[in-house]
Design a protein around this ligand. Structure first.
Ligand code: HMG
Length: 382
């Protein structure tokens, strides 16, 4: 029996900011954003699309009625949680009409959270093969207007259904991981914006990748890699990590990984950093944009979450995996987004939900199946 990703859903808010417009407004050479950072656009979430709504929208796309009955574990991984106590997964469970006989919880460890979720899901399904696990990564990356991190913001959610004999990616049991207490990026409870030691965070990411890659030598060399995917806070970060291998692997292998890397960043370059979901958006981007991958090929995934935890794990593409993707719908979702002016983006960025217990109705900007309808008496209603 194999265990892994059976289906992948994706949602991103229906508004975006073009980073050339942002560059002009911030009096920066656009090539800094386009080449130096490696990003083109970023998704902008209005109040109606918080992480609960985005998570439900991403999962709605992939779940059949039978799936909803078979799910025994629901994990929402996020670092943009809507409550300090109650798990976002409980709102999502109700919105998706998932049965009550499940464990529903939220996981936090910066961008690594969904990888922890996926590993728990793997163990769960291995133990209870007749049940499925739903892991959703949902986040809104916020650094603040006119900050160094502003260009690396974004919003979106990726939902993964984990089952036995999966249709997309069968995961390998063995993985290599590391944790250490580091102050590269964090968000205090009282702040809506993340704080980052930007350059240090890049160094630590590269350092942990290099160490883990070395430690993983015997696992990596078992079978050649068709692709190596990265957590992509912005595409240049993944490119820098890949470049560390240039002198360590053959030119043939490097060129193959590089060409697959280019396909893996297509979605992320227009969505931005979606923290927990970024690695899985890279996976989706690769699978939906690369025609050269073959069934049964092996891919590696490098997950990094500031603070910091990193893990390298592996999977095999399943026969006919393309038949189980929703590439057309995902391209349409991205193509139909509305372009915001910088003034509109800034106005959305400054919007706040009431915190005094009064009732605030939220009018959704663009139609999405699930959205935040109101807050009332400090509670959210979808
Ligand atoms: P900055 O101050 O814009 O950096 O901050 P910079 O001035 O060095 O410019 C960035 C790059 O643009 C440089 O290239 C410049 O040379 C280049 P690099 O040296 O990096 O190769 N550049 C140009 N290129 C072409 N044409 C030009 C031009 N001008 C300059 N005209 C930084 C950049 C990423 C630090 C900032 O955006 C930031 O703080 N971002 C947030 C933190 C972050 O994303 N860190 C990534 C690693 S940590 C991580 O991945 C975890 C995370 O997702 C959170 C989580 O785990 O939850 C963040």
């Amino acid at each position: 029996m194999t265990v892994g990703i059976d289906k992948i859903g994706f949602y991103t808010p229906q508004q975006y900011l073009d980073l050339i417009d942002l560059a002009h407004a911030r009096q920066v050479d656009p090539n800094k954003y386009l080449i130096g950072i490696g990003q083109q656009q970023m998704a902008v979430a209005d109040l109606d699309q918080d992480i609960v709504a985005m998570a439900a929208n991403a999962a709605e796309e992939i779940l059949t009625t039978a799936d909803r009955q078979e799910i025994g574990l629901l994990i929402v991984a996020t670092e943009s949680g809507v409550d300090q106590s109650k798990a976002a997964a409980l709102f999502v469970q109700e919105l998706l009409h998932i049965n009550n006989n499940i464990r529903a919880l939220e996981i936090k460890e910066a961008c690594y959270g969904a990888t922890a979720g996926l590993q728990f899901a793997y163990d769960f399904v291995s133990l209870y093969p007749n049940q499925k696990a739903l892991v959703i990564a949902a986040d809104i990356a916020r650094y603040g207007l006119q900050t160094a991190g502003e260009v690396t913001q974004g919003a979106g959610a990726v939902a993964m259904l984990v089952s036995k004999n999966p249709h997309i990616l069968a995961l390998e049991k063995e993985s290599i991981y590391q944790s250490q207490n580091a102050g590269d990026f964090w968000r205090p409870n009282y702040s809506q914006q993340a704080l980052a030691r930007g350059k240090y965070s890049e160094e630590l990411y590269l350092q942990m990748f290099t160490q883990i890659y070395q430690q993983a030598d015997s696992v990596i060399s078992k079978e050649s890699l068709a692709a190596l995917l990265f957590h992509i806070p912005f595409s240049k970060m993944g490119r820098k990590a890949l470049q560390t291998l240039k002198t360590k692997i053959s030119d043939v292998d490097y060129q193959r990984l590089l060409s697959r890397f280019e396909k893996s960043i297509i979605y992320g370059q227009t969505v931005g950093n979606i923290y927990t979901g970024s690695l899985y958006l890279s996976l989706l981007s690769l699978l939906e944009n690369d025609d050269s991958l073959q069934d049964n090929e092996r891919i590696a995934l490098f997950s990094y979450g500031s603070g910091a935890v990193a893990e390298l794990f592996f999977g095999h593409l399943q026969p006919h995996y393309r038949d189980y993707l929703n590439a057309t719908e995902h391209r349409q979702l991205l193509d139909e987004r509305q372009r915001l002016s910088v003034a509109e983006y800034e106005a959305i960025f400054k919007k706040q939900l009431v915190t005094d217990g009064s009732c605030q109705l939220i009018i959704p900007v663009r139609a999405a199946q699930h959205y935040l309808k109101k807050v009332d008496q400090h509670e959210r209603f979808y």
